[in-house]
Write a new protein. Structure first.
Length: 199
């Protein structure tokens, strides 16, 4: 498995009604329904880097200024090239939820997706690189990616990146859950017995 879930807490999901037995893509698209397309360009900008400087770091976080329950933190080795407005580097995990703390953690995380091998995007690939595409999409309230005013067409955002890792439309959250991995990032809302029954 190339992508897996290490944390899921349905009680913190902003839309409600989704469980570990639902397809991951359905859960992600319901989450993006709570985002606001193009909001990142508004003032103030509620995004930033941690573990580096103003244009790079080991994590990047974003929280909606207008919608409760829409935030994410991406971890890896991330850099923003200001002249080309391109995010690039490596992307190891994404946590979705509500709010971002001053130390770069999601306040109320409901889902964490990790990659066995970090997604890699280079500056030479431009704004269509997978790292930029995934994060730009999330900044614009879309797990399916978002095109930009410069004419860059999204290759498909987080959904396409997960499909490249072998996740399909019918893959449930439970299918991708790795027991024990949640101990590293927080409590998993499902018991081991419930997980076994869902498998």
């Amino acid at each position: 498995m190339s992508a897996y879930v290490t944390q899921y807490n349905e009680t913190l999901f902003p839309e409600g009604g989704y469980t570990v037995n639902d397809p991951l893509f359905d859960v992600l698209r319901a989450f993006d329904d709570s985002g606001v397309a193009g909001e990142h360009t508004g003032v103030p900008n509620y995004g930033g880097f941690w573990g580096g400087d103003a244009f790079s770091g080991t994590s990047y976080g974003f929280t909606s200024a207008t919608v409760d329950g829409y935030a994410f933190v991406a971890t890896g080795n991330l850099t923003y090239d200001f002249p080309t407005h391109t995010l690039w580097g490596s992307l190891e995990s994404i946590t979705l939820g509500a709010g971002v703390t001053s130390t770069g953690e999601v306040v109320s995380p409901f889902l964490t997706i990790e990659f066995d091998a970090a997604l890699q995007g280079t500056l030479a690939e431009g704004r269509a690189n997978v790292v930029h595409d995934v994060l730009w999409g999330l900044m614009n309230g879309s797990v399916d990616g978002a095109s930009d005013s410069a004419g860059t067409v999204s290759p498909g955002g987080l959904i396409a990146a997960l499909e490249d890792q072998g996740v399909t439309a019918g893959t449930t959250v439970a299918d991708l859950y790795v027991p024990g991995a949640a101990d590293l990032v927080g409590d998993f809302a499902v018991t081991e017995t419930e997980y076994a029954l869902a498998a």
